[in-house]
Design a protein around this ligand. Structure first.
Ligand code: FE2
Length: 384
């Protein structure tokens, strides 16, 4: 029997209006001078204005500071600058608001606050992670699940590569899932981020690690996404759908403490080398990745199909997989996510570099079945 560690420790506030709880919670966490970490696009949103009003103004004696330089696929410089802003203002905690990128930068910046000049690429050799400033995550997208994750995905080094900085101390002390904050998210981003959450749930469920708790969470996450994502995409003000998607994304984030698979290994290089949105990259590779796994491990998607509401309990393994994969393909198409990689600027001449980085990406090491260089080349060609 394999040994395992199960961990679900994050305090999470859920519901429309829960952002109003933030000042009281900051007091409880002894955060008096928080650094807000976000990206430039967030500053003009209703979500940011609400946070601004909730925290109060400097005239009211409130002290909070802002770093808003986070890039869409965050780079090391973002983390360094956020840490510098923290130190310059003598902050005592970090609040990240936005999608996965500000959340990942806010999380990792606390390590550089404690260890100025630290080389993030060598995080695995850091023996002492104690004393990190408390971190509060306020997601405005329902996708990455970074708010409940203990990792931070930052593009490091030359050549550029998405690196996963991992440590339990990176976890947030508090997560606020307020659906009112995500209702301004445009349909395209709603679909792409939701596809990321869906991919987390599917890949973590099928990853061959013994973790029945995560498996249950992943399957319920799939059910919620199938129910709520089309509504959130069609009708952005549907707070019930937005709320279910926020929870489902957090569930995907919890579930993938099991790990991920081949689709994420394909998606990461598409972001670093071709600048593609992470959720979109997953969406465009998901069906190819599922077909690949099902051919080698028949029956792998039967329970995914059941979570999607399909009657696949008694059919053959091959039929169950085929129906689950067709459902996911149609589901993505219904969200406008049935384009090909070439529609987003990926060219045949990119394939060698994409395959090279995908092979080095750690996610496929826990895929349901092994993936070779040739497999990656075929998979990218299929998605191209
Ligand atoms: Fe992801």
């Amino acid at each position: 029997m394999s040994l395992a560690t199960f961990s679900f420790p994050t305090t999470t506030l859920f519901g429309a209006g829960t952002l109003a709880e933030l000042p009281r919670r900051l007091d409880a966490l002894r955060i008096r001078r928080p650094l807000l970490v976000t990206d430039p696009g967030l500053l003009s949103t209703e979500a940011f204005q609400r946070l601004d009003q909730t925290l109060g103004s400097k005239e009211q004696g409130k002290s909070w500071f802002l770093y808003y330089g986070v890039h869409p696929n965050p780079v090391e410089r973002d983390v360094i600058q956020a840490a510098e802003a923290f130190r310059a203002a003598q902050c005592d905690g970090v609040i990240s608001i936005g999608g996965g990128s500000p959340l990942d930068v806010g999380k990792a910046a606390r390590l550089l606050v404690r260890r100025p000049g630290f080389d993030l690429a060598k995080f695995y050799a850091e023996p002492d992670w104690s004393g990190l400033a408390p971190f509060v995550a306020v997601p405005t997208t329902a996708g990455t699940g970074s708010e409940v994750g203990r990792s931070s995905v930052i593009t490091l080094g030359a050549p550029k590569r998405k690196s996963v900085i991992f440590h339990p101390q990176l976890l947030a002390k508090l997560v606020i899932l307020d659906p009112g904050l995500s209702r301004g998210l445009p349909p395209k981003l709603t679909a792409a981020t939701g596809a990321d959450a869906l991919t987390h749930c599917i890949e973590s469920f099928t990853c061959p690690v013994f973790h029945p708790m995560c498996d249950g969470i992943a399957l319920e996450g799939i059910r919620l996404i199938v129910e709520a994502l089309p509504r959130a995409w069609r009708e952005g003000d549907d707070l019930d759908a937005r709320g279910k998607m926020l929870v489902a994304a957090a569930m995907g984030g919890v579930a993938f403490q099991k790990d991920l698979g081949v689709v994420h290994s394909m998606a990461h290089p598409l972001s670093t080398l071709c600048g593609m949105h992470h959720g979109l990259a997953n969406a465009l590779c998901l069906v190819a990745g599922m077909k690949f796994c099902a051919e080698r491990k028949p029956g792998i998607y039967r329970r995914v199909g059941l979570a999607c509401g399909l009657d696949v309990l008694k059919c053959s393994d091959a039929q169950a997989d085929q129906r689950a994969i067709s459902f996911i393909a149609d589901f993505l198409a219904g969200l406008g996510l049935n384009t090909k990689l070439r529609d987003h600027g990926v060219k045949p001449e990119h394939l060698d570099a994409l395959v090279g980085q995908a092979l080095e990406d750690p996610c496929h090491k826990t895929n349901a079945v092994p993936v070779t260089r040739e497999d990656f080349a075929n998979l990218y060609r299929e998605a191209l």
